[in-house]
Design a protein around this ligand. Structure first.
Ligand code: ATP
Ligand code: MG
Length: 249
């Protein structure tokens, strides 16, 4: 039993980015996308990253996910230091611990929903029958159990994004990274998607980071990092967010 009262114990850090820089290209075509970014998020947290187009949001998500090399600074994800991690170890870490959700769902059109959702498990070496059982259970959780054998083209945008969420969750990753998951959806459907993601983030083991342009998502956030021109402009905690929402109603 822990001797630290719950109210005093801080949730563990899930992601810590310190002084990270990233430059694309060279010479005249050079773009400095990250100019020394510090970013921290805890487990159990739904953390939004906002800021104008081109400010470096997707670049930040990509370095945290280990899909993009950065120039300098330190990145730690779920207690693992990503600096200098060999490619194969990085890929294994990502496959085990990170789930991705994108603006354009990225489902495979020739596979049915169960098969689409099974993919991360098959890649992890789980057998087909066990993977499909697990996929169907997660499809149930996002309200699509009755469509398990349909193809993505038979679904609405919101339903396709729910399939993408199921696929991102099926291997029970601890970090879920979402790049504008609601921007291709109408506002009601976007709200449903945010409710599902907020439910995922409530688990003390997990953490959800969402890049968004949509102010209607702010009410779901535990923390908001605002970026501007490759830097963090400000970090809003839960109280700041409530104050912001109260004055912008
Ligand atoms: N592969 C690339 N090659 C060259 N420059 C790039 C590349 N990817 C991004 N950039 C540049 O880096 C900067 C940051 O891009 P990034 O995609 O991170 O912005 P963003 O905040 O996600 O923007 P948006 O809201 O439009 O998605 C931009 O100036 C962009 O043009
Ligand atoms: Mg982007």
């Amino acid at each position: 039993m822990s001797l630290v009262p719950k109210s005093q114990s801080r949730p563990p850090v899930a992601v810590r980015v310190s002084g990270v820089t990233k430059t694309y290209g060279a010479g005249d075509g050079r773009t400095i996308a990250l100019k020394g970014v510090d970013f921290e998020t805890a487990t159990g947290e739904l953390h939004l990253v906002i800021g104008p187009s081109g400010c470096g949001k997707t670049t930040l998500l990509s370095v945290v996910a280990g899909t993009l090399a950065w120039d300098s600074g330190d990145i730690e994800v779920l207690g693992t230091r990503l600096n200098g991690l060999p490619d194969a170890a990085m890929a294994a870490f990502r496959g085990r611990h990170i789930g991705f959700i994108f603006q354009q769902f990225n489902l495979i059109p020739t596979l049915d929903l169960t098969e689409n959702v099974s993919v991360p498990l098959l890649l992890a070496g789980v057998g087909r029958t066990a993977a499909e059982d697990r996929a169907r259970a997660v499809l149930e959780r996002v309200g699509l159990g009755d469509r398990a054998r349909r193809r993505p083209r038979d679904l609405s945008g919101g339903q396709q994004q729910r399939v993408a969420i199921a696929r991102a969750l099926v291997h029970e990753p601890r970090l879920i990274i979402c790049d504008e998951p609601t921007s291709a959806l109408d506002s009601r459907t976007g709200h449903t998607i945010m409710e599902i993601l907020a439910g995922v983030a409530r688990s003390p083991e997990r953490c959800v980071i969402i890049v968004t342009h949509d102010p209607r998502t702010y009410g779901f956030a535990d923390r908001i990092t605002e970026m501007e021109d490759g830097r963090v402009r400000q970090v809003l905690n839960a109280q700041d967010i409530q104050n912001f929402l109260a004055t912008h109603r």
